[in-house]
Write a new protein. Structure first.
Lengths: 1105, 309
């Protein structure tokens, strides 16, 4: 190839492109939009309340924020330009004067590609330079040129070439510009909207949805995978460009060159395919190796395990390998002898030698399992010395975590920064080892995938010696003494496991009330001190207050001598596993926080600003008080919150410190109820969280799913049910623990129960205690047989049905004062006892108690009432203040939604009855009225006549949720009839209705009723009062009228009755009286309505007297 | 340089034989290519410019074979297609610069010299910075020939270059070509305006239905028609008869009738007078009498037939 010809073609391609209006408009728009977006996102120029930290903390954030939209916009515009360029060349006579020139086809196409690349790369550089400017002068973000260049060469250019080559090829094959646009843009759209996360991001030719964020310490989480994925599109792009050359309608200089090009194209495309296959193979290899490790855990799961009493270990991490020496004292705690000793050790670590009492031990290795020929009589102890060396395999971690969760690709907050996940670091610049990776030998495996709750805790005395370069700081549990390139950690308490971190750390520490608070951060990562400069004197008080708040919330004392916050690279991840009770991010004494406080509420500047402006009275606070509040807010949201900061999907908070108070300090062992330990911890840490509202998802919440599950399954079944996702299981666990707590606190004052729990666990610290001891203590203290209840609680496979009636609020004069009485009747026709929680809210402002993220809400005071099976009760509560609403939660029950809110707009009638409490009433009050025929959405008489059959494109790619019901979304109406649940709908136990968007009248629903004998009937329809937020002027205008027309067909008659939902009250709305003959009567409703949506709920026919 | 066309055939996929075993030698100088529509001229030129391939036979540019030595052949070619537009958004000088660059002229300064010289030669220097597609028709044609001859090609192929140009532009255009043809260059000129050929070409070839029917100088062709061109005065009735029988070449209304020129073997009995033929007469005579492929001299007949068939 002649470079001269390529350059000439490229030079003129550049000129033509630069002079194209399409490109000019694109360039101006992209520069403008990106710069404005960048300024908005990363600086406080537009709004001081802007939280910029999540967009600026790491040096790769700003370049990636630019690269992401640029790359997508570039791809779209390239399709248009590629199409018009080939169209230009199709003007034959013009092309021919060029085609007769002596350049080869390859030189011509390569010249064009080079020209386009120069222009787009130039624009990309310009955009990046503007970002550099923002980076350096307008934001607080650290600057590094590497991500800028890296993204340019690995993201922008490969995707440019791919789109270019792909568009050229499609255009050359189809010879039609419009069809090419549709095909290529369609493909881009499908990739962007549906395929980004499919097959581990293989389809993402943009390269912006695979983990691409750099840790400032360790770089990309998985550089090889990233580069492999990018090479797929680089090779494919070049392959398609070669194919375009081969398919070019111009005689080649030498005919054999076309064949060569054909071969080259095939080789390149096959290489791309091979790279894609390798990329997928990495994941499938990981999958299969994970299942192999899981199989090994399961294989030895039921083997009797020895206990490690003492573990003195010495390790030296060097050159990506670990060299270790473990001196273990083990004991056989069983009544049976152990014929061999089973230990678990990372499969990468080879056992160099093992001896006991001077005898060399033989070992049989099966991946992470190691069986030593050491027999132990019951109660016997032995000393072991094991030496091992090798790399630490990351794949052995979290083999029990479901693939979907394991391979999920998380983002920082609400951004599109994907950072990838790492579980082990063993690198020169950073080492982080947790018990999950088996970096030292243990007898108790970290997981037992087949029966996770059978995992126990082995509290041992650890002593750790780390040999490391002097420039690095070692962080582990216990008191560390560093000398001569060695740090020795000794522990006062027994621990269930230890971690090791080795990094170039800077340390900040403070001692408050005999506890050392230590903070280790990477050099240059102290972004926080400047926000707390005025806190110097008051810091101990603030820390004391935070600690106190958490201790009160957990009902426990902090028992360790130190509390360490250690910074980790952003990708370091731990999984929340219900059976474990803690993540690897919260180890005894140590909490691992992601780099620069990412994934936590760490924008202290914005926090301070927002607090000053938005919190009442905060503007008058002294600076140190304000800073104390900011620190307190950070600590509470990070350490004391159940939900993760900024999670879309009910994710749990991995930094919740509750395990430091429960999981790492004790263990209650029960072979009958293996979940007991976790359940006792969970019920103590349960907070009254308000219902969450999810504006963006139809789907049932995990709590609703858990409740649905418990209708037919027991807790015991749930424990081994692999179809339950961990999140649903966690909600189920919380429901059951809440139920257990409600059961106890309905009989025992909560205060007494709390103090009992605290005292009991205080007496059983750092050891395993049999459950019988707990039950005995409980019985002695409260006289209740908790074990018997737990048996039912654990095995019952049905849930109660609670019907509510006559929920009222009245004034009452008691103790010579006007008070308020709230009363309602509840009936439980099922065979299982039910527990309801009633919560009265005072004040004039009605609020649904919805809180973003499910944090604690103003939930009022709650009272629990047991409604025994097959009986009815009246509940009466007296309040001093005027009640605004009462929320009755049926907890575990068949009701969906399970929470009923009754609002009291007027409380003006006075009653004389001043009693309070729970009283039996006649269940006949709840009997059905024989004169009524009700056809609800689940009745056989209800039919959805014609549903919209149109299949949407997304249905091909997205798995629709399998739930029978959806949650009603106030701002969105589906195009198909959808069964949605909402409190204002009619139904028992599930309050749901069918609804869909306004249509042409082709879709309808029918209610069929059989009239036994001709008579006068009142026909009523159920009118729900729904929250409705319709966007757009058109919809708002229409909202003034929400008329649905019901048509009643009986005998030979047909009558249409409009019902204005805007005017009608919530409840039954009469369509009128009808003289109905015996036989079938049909009421139907079409989707041709004036409102943006149509709701089809229940119909009632009442025989007139 | 010499061009040798050897047994060249081109059969299109629909079976149409555009060229049929064509043999022709072309020597330096201007060479005219004549023939009616569909004779195969364009196909021949497209094969020569390597824009399409031959079905059989080959063409040698000296020793370069079109099947093998395409880069070498392309580097000696200049081409001006008939209906030639310019890329939008290129200036006059840029278009030439692009051509010069592709023709292999390296160096910005060198290319600028060549382009400026060429612009002066074709009289476009003053409009060098104007967008090429904003030039007048004649200017565009001059820019077209300029891009074809830039870089001193040895073979220049020009398709219908003067169609639609005013006489002044035509003369100017011919002069540019003549100037180039002095430099041991083959210029192949395909045209319908036979006058262009007589005034510029030393040799010409006539193609019909894909075959070579005549090869020689314009004078050789004119000689064939000596004594076959007649001038005669006819009445309206006679004029109609004449039109039926003979190709009428010119018609001038005269008192009570028409002064017409016809091509015929013999018109003596009708009072016609022989006049010396020109190349146009020769072309009509050749086609009508020697090839027995009668030309339709009246557009209305043909069109009406097409429309109402």
């Amino acid at each position: 190839m002649h470079l001269h010809a390529i350059n000439v073609v490229a030079r003129y391609e550049v000129k033509l492109l630069k002079r194209s209006w399409l490109f000019r408009i694109f360039a101006i728009l992209i520069l403008l939009i990106l710069v404005l977006a960048q300024l908005q996102q990363s600086t406080t120029l537009f709004s001081s309340s802007q939280e910029t930290w999540e967009s600026t903390a790491l040096s790769s954030f700003i370049p990636f924020f630019t690269t992401y939209p640029y790359n997508i916009a570039q791809s779209i515009i390239v399709v248009f330009l590629a199409g018009s360029f080939l169209k230009r060349d199709k003007k034959l006579d013009t092309a021919e004067v060029i085609y007769v020139r002596p350049m080869s086809n390859a030189e011509y196409i390569v010249g064009k590609v080079w020209g386009i690349t120069r222009v787009f790369t130039g624009l990309n550089l310009l955009v990046l330079l503007l970002s550099v400017f923002v980076n350096l002068f307008l934001s607080n973000s650290p600057f590094s040129p590497i991500p800028y260049l890296f993204y340019l060469f690995t993201i922008s250019i490969p995707s440019l070439w791919f789109v270019l080559g792909f568009s050229f090829t499609v255009m050359t094959l189809l010879r039609n510009q419009a069809v090419t646009f549709v095909v290529v843009l369609g493909w881009i759209g499908v990739v962007l909207f549906y395929l980004t996360d499919k097959q581990y991001g293989l389809f993402d030719f943009f390269g912006v949805h695979i983990p691409s964020i750099f840790s400032d310490v360790t770089g990309l989480a998985h550089p090889q995978l990233f580069l492999l994925q990018r090479s797929v599109y680089l090779l494919a792009g070049i392959g398609f460009i070669c194919m375009t050359i081969a398919l070019m309608k111009r005689l080649p200089h030498r005919p054999w060159k076309t064949k060569v090009l054909g071969v080259l194209t095939a080789v390149l495309l096959l290489s791309a395919g091979f790279a894609a296959q390798r990329y997928l193979a990495c994941f499938s290899r990981l999958k299969s190796i994970r299942s192999e490790y899981a199989a090994v855990y399961n294989q030895y799961g039921e083997n009797p395990r020895a206990r490690v009493l003492e573990h003195r270990l010495s390790v030296e991490p060097r050159d990506g390998r670990l060299q270790g020496e473990s001196r273990l004292t083990v004991e056989n705690p069983h009544a049976e002898p152990l014929s061999s000793l089973l230990l678990y050790l990372n499969p990468g670590l080879q056992i160099v030698s093992a001896e006991s009492d001077g005898r060399e031990l033989n070992v049989v290795r099966n991946r992470q399992a190691a069986e030593f020929d050491l027999s132990l009589a019951p109660g016997a102890q032995a000393e072991l010395l094991i030496r091992y060396a090798g790399p630490v395999e990351e794949e052995v971690c979290y083999v029990d975590v479901e693939d979907e969760e394991f391979f999920a690709n998380p983002k920082v907050g609400f951004s599109f920064f994907r950072y990838g996940k790492r579980y082990v670091y063993l690198e020169d610049r950073f080492t982080l080892l947790t018990p999950e990776c088996l970096w030292y030998p243990v007898t108790e495996p970290p997981v037992y995938p087949a029966a996770p709750y059978k995992i126990r805790k082995n509290f041992s005395r650890y002593e750790l010696t780390v040999i490391h370069p002097g420039r690095l700081t070692a962080v582990s549990q216990g008191t560390g003494t560093a000398a001569d390139g060695k740090t020795v950690f000794t522990n006062k308490t027994l621990l269930s496991g230890i971690s090791l971190t080795l990094a170039d750390y800077e340390k900040k520490s403070i001692r408050v009330d005999s506890t050392d608070y230590e903070l280790y951060h990477f050099p240059g990562h102290d972004y926080f001190t400047s926000y707390f400069t005025d806190l110097q004197d008051t810091l101990p008080a603030v820390i004391r207050q935070i600690r106190n708040t958490i201790e009160v919330a957990t009902n426990r004392d902090y028992l360790f001598d130190k509390f360490v916050l250690a910074e980790t690279p952003l990708p370091f991840t731990g999984y929340i596993r219900n059976w474990k009770g803690y993540t690897e991010q919260v180890m005894p004494e140590i909490l691992f926080l992601p780099e620069k406080g990412m994934r936590t509420r760490s924008d202290f500047r914005a926090s301070e600003w927002q607090m000053k402006r938005w919190q009442e009275g905060a503007d008058l606070l002294e600076k140190d008080e304000l800073q104390a509040r900011v620190l307190d807010q950070y600590a509470m949201s990070t350490f004391n919150q159940e939900s993760a900061w900024r999670s879309w999907d009910e994710a749990m908070n991995p930094f919740n410190v509750a395990p430091l108070f429960y999981g790492h300090t004790e263990f209650v062992r029960s072979d009958t109820f293996p979940v007991l330990d976790v359940a006792l911890n969970t019920l103590q840490s349960l907070t009254e969280s308000a219902a969450r509202v999810w504006f963006f998802s139809f789907e049932l919440t995990n709590k609703q799913r858990a409740n649905e599950y418990l209708k037919k399954h027991s807790f015991e079944e749930a424990m081994s049910d692999s179809t339950l996702t961990p999140k649903v299981f966690y909600e189920l666990l919380k429901l059951k623990c809440g139920d257990l707590k409600n059961y106890i606190t309905a009989r025992v004052p909560q205060k007494d129960f709390d103090s009992f729990m605290k005292a009991w666990f205080q007496a059983h610290l750092f050891r395993e205690t049999p459950a019988v001891e707990f039950f005995r203590s409980f019985r002695e203290r409260f006289g209740l047989d908790l074990e018997a209840y737990i048996h039912t609680w654990y095995t019952v496979s049905a849930s109660p049905l609670i019907l509510l009636k006559e929920v009222e609020a009245h004034t009452v004069v008691a103790d010579e004062m006007t008070k308020y009485r709230i009363s309602f009747k509840a009936y439980n026709p099922s065979g299982v006892d039910g527990i309801i929680t009633a919560r009265v809210q005072n004040g004039g402002r009605a609020s649904g108690g919805y809180v973003w993220g499910g944090g604690p809400a103003d939930v009022g005071d709650a009272e629990n009432f047991i409604i025994p099976a097959r009986s009815a009760r009246e509940i009466k509560m007296i309040r001093d203040e005027r009640p605004n609403q009462v929320t009755i939660n049926t907890n575990i029950s068949q009701s969906l939604p399970s929470e009923f809110t009754f609002r009291f707009s007027k409380v003006d009638t006075e009653v004389q009855d001043t009693t309070r409490g729970i009283f039996p009433v006649d269940s006949a009050r709840f009997a059905e009225d024989p004169r009524e025929i009700i056809i609800d959405n689940e009745s056989p008489g209800f039919r959805v006549v014609e549903s919209n059959k149109k299949q949407k494109l997304k249905a091909w790619f997205r798995k629709e949720p399998e739930d029978k019901y959806m949650n009603y979304l106030p701002f969105y109406a589906p195009s198909k009839w959808t069964a949605a649940i909402n409190n204002s709908f009619y139904g028992t136990p599930v309050r749901f209705a069918h609804y869909k968007n306004r249509g042409s009248g082709k879709n309808s629903v029918e209610w069929h009723a059989e009239i036994p004998a001709g008579s006068y009937y009142d026909i009523s329809v159920w009118v729900p009062k729904l929250e409705s937020f319709q966007f757009g002027r058109r919809n708002r205008r229409r909202q003034n009228s929400q008329t649905q027309t019901y048509t009643v067909v009986y005998g030979n008659e047909k009558e249409s009755i409009p019902v204005d939902f805007q005017q009608a009250e919530q409840g039954w709305y009469s369509l009128g009286n009808f003289s109905l003959p015996a036989g079938e009567v049909v009421i139907f409703l079409t989707d041709k309505v004036s409102a943006p949506y149509v709701v089809a709920d229940a119909v009632k026919l009442t025989k007139m007297r | 340089m010499n061009i040798r066309i050897k047994e060249l055939s081109k059969i299109y996929p629909d079976g149409h034989k555009a060229l049929n075993n064509l043999n022709l030698d072309i020597e330096p100088g201007m060479f005219g290519l004549l023939g009616p529509n569909g004779a195969g001229k364009t196909t021949l030129m497209r094969i020569m410019t390597l824009l399409q391939s031959a079905s059989a036979g080959t063409i040698y540019f000296d020793d370069y074979d079109i099947a093998k030595d395409r880069r070498a052949i392309r580097s000696v070619l200049g081409y001006l297609p008939q209906d030639f537009r310019f890329f939008e958004k290129l200036k006059t000088w840029e278009f030439l610069d692009y051509g010069a660059g592709l023709a292999g002229i390296k160096g910005v300064r060198k290319r600028k010299e060549v382009v400026d010289e060429m612009l002066r030669k074709v009289g476009l220097y003053d409009v060098r910075d104007r967008w090429a597609n904003r030039l007048s028709g004649g200017m565009k044609r001059r820019l077209g020939i300029a891009q074809a001859i830039i870089g001193h090609p040895k073979v220049i192929i020009v398709d219908e270059p003067t169609t639609g140009l005013d006489p002044e532009e035509r003369i100017r255009f011919r002069n540019i070509l003549s100037e180039v043809s002095d430099q041991d260059v083959i210029i192949i000129l395909s045209t319908h305006i036979v006058g262009d050929i007589s005034s510029t070409c030393k040799k010409l070839a006539l193609l019909n239905k894909g075959q070579l029917k005549f090869e020689g100088s314009p004078d050789d062709m004119i000689d064939l028609a000596q004594g076959k061109v007649w001038e005669i005065f006819v009445t309206d009735v006679e004029f109609k008869e004449m039109k039926e029988k003979y190709p009428v070449i010119s018609t001038i209304p005269s008192d009570g009738g028409w002064d017409i020129q016809v091509v015929a073997e013999n018109l003596e009995g009708m009072g016609g007078k022989q006049i010396p033929p020109n190349i146009e007469h020769a072309y009509v005579y050749f086609m009508d009498y020697l090839l027995q492929d009668r030309m339709e001299m009246y557009a209305d007949k043909e069109t009406a037939g097409d429309l109402f068939k």
